[in-house]
Design a protein around this ligand. Structure first.
Ligand SMILES: [Zn+2]
Length: 159
């Protein structure tokens, strides 16, 4: 019997391939990045937490510039790996990197992904609740908002 390959939906990256690329980069960081980004020679590699599912850890390597300690994200996706792409991020915000991953590689940061799921869940909720909503919108809204807030452990005042 032929074994069926398991297809993982919405995964447009190959984790094994990325691990391979990561190993190559880590084995000689200066050789990999030094020519195009001399400022990153002797950068410190930020260890990836072994269980991390963060999109940055999945798709690249984070390094800290040698002198300044400024963080950079090395993208390993697609041709970025070959062309050597280093994106400046800050300790507070990885926005530059997540935006790059989204617009260039269609990789969605998990937080954003979760948020989008929540939004579509609310819409389903609202669409399916027309009847009650028309009878008593205030009551419907109160009930559904608190249910949603509870479900997602968000403080009610956030609305
Ligand atoms: Zn990239």
């Amino acid at each position: 019997m032929e074994e069926e390959s398991v297809e993982v939906p919405s995964m447009n990256y190959d984790e094994d391939e990325l691990q391979c690329r990561r190993n190559l980069v880590l084995s000689d960081l200066n050789k990999y990045i030094g020519k195009k980004f001399p400022q990153l020679i002797d950068a410190t590699i930020v260890e990836k937490p072994s269980k991390s599912r963060s999109v940055l850890d999945l798709c690249g390597v984070c390094v800290l510039q040698h002198d300044s300690g400024k963080p950079f994200f090395l993208c390993l996706m697609g041709k970025c790996f070959v062309e050597r792409e280093a994106i400046k991020i800050t300790k507070q915000s990885t926005y530059n990197a997540t935006t790059h991953l989204l617009s260039n590689h269609n990789m969605v940061a998990s937080k954003t992904e979760a948020h989008q799921r929540n939004v579509s869940a609310i819409w389903k909720h609202i669409k399916g609740a027309d009847g009650q909503f028309q009878c008593d919108p205030a009551c419907w809204l109160k009930g559904n908002l608190s249910a949603f807030a509870c479900e997602n452990s968000i403080a009610f005042r956030d609305f």
